[in-house]
Ligand binder design. Structure first.
Ligand code: 5GP
Length: 194
C-alpha cells in the first residue's frame, strides 16, 4: 500500500536492525486519514470472506481495526492485556510473549463477544515473531469461531512470524512488508505494493 509505505519512509525511525518506531502515526499519535485508508484496504481484501467480527489486541491494533470495522459494518473486539474490573466472567485467554517488552502477558476476551457463529478477521499493527497473532488465533480456536485471515499493517518480513503463520495455512495480508532495517534504512518488499 503506497500511501503507507510513503508514510513509513518519511516518518518511521529505525531504532535498531529489529525495531521500527512509528509513533507519529500508529503507536502513539494516530493519523486518522491514514487509518481510514488502511481500514478500507483491509475491507477490500477481505470483502468476500463473510467476516462477522474483527479481533485485535490493545492498544495499537484498535485504530486500524475500528476503521476496517467501520467500512465492513462489523463490530471490533480487542483482547485486553491487563485484568479489568468489569471483564471477569466467561473469559477466553491466551499467553503472549511481547516482542517489544520481552514479557509474557495473558490476553483475554469475553466469550460473550467471540462465539462459534463468528467468522473473524484478526488485525494487528506489526507482525514480528507472530506471538500476538498466535495468541489471537488461540482465542479464536477456544471460542469455536472460524478465522478468515490475519491483516497486518506492517510486517517485518525478515522475522519469523509471517513464515510461521503462512506455513500453518493461515492467510496473512500485510499492507507493507519490510525486508530489512539494516544501516538505519527501511527496505520494502515489492509485492506488498498495491
Ligand atoms: P510479535 O507478536 O509478532 O512478535 O510482535 C508483534 C507485536 O509487537 C505488535 O503487536 C507490536 O506491538 C510489537 N512490535 C513488534 N515489532 C515492532 C516494531 O518493530 N515496532 C513497533 N513499534 N512495534 C513492534
Amino acid at each position: 500500500m503506497k500511501q503507507l509505505q510513503d508514510k513509513i519512509s518519511s516518518e518511521g525511525r529505525v531504532l535498531s536492525e529489529d525495531v521500527l518506531k512509528v509513533d507519529s502515526f500508529l503507536n502513539h499519535q494516530v493519523d486518522p486519514r491514514l487509518m481510514q485508508a488502511i481500514g478500507k484496504e483491509f475491507a477490500r481484501r477481505f470483502e468476500n470472506d463473510g467476516i462477522t467480527k474483527i479481533l485485535t489486541i490493545e492498544s495499537s491494533g484498535i485504530a486500524p481495526s475500528v476503521m476496517a470495522g467501520l467500512t465492513m459494518g462489523v463490530p471490533v473486539i480487542f483482547a485486553r492485556k491487563r485484568a479489568s474490573l468489569t471483564l471477569t466472567e466467561g473469559l477466553i485467554s491466551a499467553e503472549v510473549k511481547s516482542f517489544t517488552k520481552q514479557t509474557v502477558n495473558t490476553i483475554s476476551v469475553s466469550g460473550d463477544y467471540v462465539t462459534a457463529e463468528d467468522t473473524l478477521l484478526i488485525i494487528d499493527d506489526f507482525l514480528a515473531n507472530g506471538q500476538a497473532a498466535l495468541g489471537l488465533l488461540d482465542i479464536a480456536r477456544h471460542s469455536g469461531a472460524s478465522v478468515a485471515g490475519v491483516g497486518i499493517v506492517i510486517e517485518k518480513g525478515f522475522q519469523q512470524g509471517g513464515i510461521l503463520l503462512r506455513d500453518q495455512g493461515i492467510r496473512v495480508e500485510s499492507l507493507a512488508i519490510i525486508d530489512s532495517l539494516a544501516d538505519g534504512k527501511v527496505s520494502f518488499r515489492e509485492e506488498a505494493e498495491v
